[in-house]
Ligand binder design. Sequence first.
Ligand SMILES: Cc1cc2nc3c(=O)[nH]c(=O)nc-3n(C[C@H](O)[C@H](O)[C@H](O)COP(=O)(O)OP(=O)(O)OC[C@H]3O[C@@H](n4cnc5c(N)ncnc54)[C@H](O)[C@@H]3O)c2cc1C
Length: 438
Amino acid sequence: MPLLYSHLSTSFVTVSCRSSSSSLLSNRPSRYAVLGAGFAGLSVAWHLLHSSKELDVCVDIYDEVGIGGGASGVAGGLLHPYSPKVKLLWRGAECWKESLNLLNVAEGALFKLVNRGKQDSLPNGESSIVKRRGILRPAVSLKNMDLMIGNAENCLTTCRIESIHKDAAQSLVPDISVPLNLAFYMPEALNINSQLYLEALYLACENLAEEMSKLGIARKELCLHKKSVESLLELAGEYNAVIICLGARAAFLPELSGRLPFADMQRKDYPKHSPSILSDTWLSVKGARNIHIGSTWEWKSTNYSRDVSMEEASKAMEVLLPKASAVYPPIKDWTITGAMAGLRAMPPLTADGSLPILGCIDNLIGGGNNGRGKYWLFTGLGARGLLFHGWLGKLMAQAVLSCDEGLIPSELTSWKYKMQQQEAKYPMPVLRSFLNVD
Ligand SMILES: Cc1cc2nc3c(=O)[nH]c(=O)nc-3n(C[C@H](O)[C@H](O)[C@H](O)COP(=O)(O)OP(=O)(O)OC[C@H]3O[C@@H](n4cnc5c(N)ncnc54)[C@H](O)[C@@H]3O)c2cc1C
């Protein structure tokens, strides 16, 4: 669960690699690669399909995670055209209008899906993209109050701002703190379910491609490739254009590294070659501006979701940050961008330490497999997955291929006999939350 905005959540779109041969001349569809399936990428994909009505077009979307794998999927979802001082933003009117249009497109696709009774295929079976409850912004600084009142008067008629008194604000949100007795209410502002919106927008792209192809107007193809793009050169030659919509990660492409005008953050980067830190807690360095800190422990949890509730994220923060800053004080100036959780299968402690659990488990599964070696188990990597997975994976594969459990060291298979003897249930403590700070 993300806690705060990442400073780097800025999208960037560019076009490159234009092929010299026109598709009209070569009679081959125009091929476009869209890198990233976040807000930027899906909007581009939709518009590519939509705006090329008469042309044969093929759009390939590349995202290493899938739809909403980056900042978009975890965005808070607040949509309105104003700055924190309720000033209309640059081209606020056009942006607001087009956002609403695309939102309508996504809602339309979702509506179709629900009508066909297929909403189960959506994340958590949810079926509402937008919450139309408005947004409330209490004034908190005397200094800016006159400015804000003036700004509010210049609001859009399609997204109004009402200056309201504390009582009115508290009737909207009981218990809200309105220190200066004034708040700004935007009744038409929206709260979007970002992930659902993205899924629905992709669906709309698919529908559009299908419908236009069926009508015989033009051939449209859309394909989502769950694939990491490491370098633009990989795609060279294949496409008429490559549109990079990788959010903050665009700066990680070798061709763009250090060349994009992203805001400079005053905070010090983690030194380039410095190691990760293992202490009372661990700091796993993912990059100069990305560190994972872990972990909290929870026993007997069966929740394997990587998503963490706000409550759990706050608890994790309380536990982990003092420990991390005790060992690496600059971490205090970093921003927490998320919290995740995972289950760690911890095997019992033996004389050799905590060892993984391997072996053929036909007998456990039953079903008369006659010792053919159909079902095998490879688990319990505990806190040493990286260390164990290579070799044991190899042994496991060999054992499976030759149907010979004897190839696996007996220390790793002995759990079965102990289990049979004792019918013991091994405790499975779990690793829960870790924080992502940026
Ligand atoms: C916690 C948080 C809350 C926010 N809340 C709001 C909000 O309430 N309202 C609002 O308007 N904005 C909000 N934002 C900002 C908003 O989320 C971003 O501006 C927006 O998501 C950027 O979209 P994008 O498509 O450019 O990038 P992303 O959504 O980050 O998409 C990039 C995609 O590229 C993929 N990718 C990256 N590298 C590669 C690679 N090498 N190969 C293949 N795929 C790759 C990623 O998986 C990802 O899916 C929030 C941001 C954060 C972090």
